[in-house]
Design a protein. Structure first.
Length: 151
């Protein structure tokens, strides 16, 4: 379905949802208090799920491989990831998180979760229940980047 045939109410809702999600994401990035870029944090989060090739990581993050190579280089320079040859095919490089990378991600996640938990505690029970009921739908809208990316 093309954008020109969308219901105006759906377009309006899409715009409102996009703005709300972007504002929340921006606040969470600010609360992380970390020097890493959003692209680096997103790549690190994907890498934490298991070692990935740069090509697969680029597909997951929906960027070009040269862009992902630069992101991984910055993470590697910071000591958050390491590259190693794939045991099955030594021509392929796998990127995995270091202990420092896992600790960094956990600290970032902890700061963000703490900020959000304080905000959630300010909501009444009915608002919290409404929010819980939308989580599954929001996950469905976002899709699983690892499931959607080609192998």
């Amino acid at each position: 379905m093309g954008a020109d045939v969308l219901d105006p109410a759906d377009r309006e809702l899409a715009g409102q949802l996009r703005v709300a999600v972007m504002r929340l994401a921006r606040r969470l990035r600010q609360e992380a208090g970390q020097p890493a870029t959003p692209s680096q944090l997103s790549a690190l989060a994907a890498i934490l799920r298991g070692p990935l090739t740069i090509g697969r990581l680029a597909a997951v993050e929906r960027v070009r491989p040269p862009t992902m190579t630069r992101i991984v280089a910055a993470l590697e320079e910071a000591g958050l990831v390491e590259r190693r040859a794939d045991p099955a095919d030594r021509r392929i490089c796998l990127v995995s998180a270091t202990e420092a990378g896992r600790a960094f991600a956990e600290e970032t996640r902890s700061r963000r979760d703490a900020w959000l938990a304080v905000r959630l505690a300010e909501l009444g029970p009915a608002d919290r229940a409404r929010l819980v009921s939308t989580l599954g739908l929001m996950e469905e809208l976002a899709g699983d980047p690892l499931a959607a990316a080609p192998a």
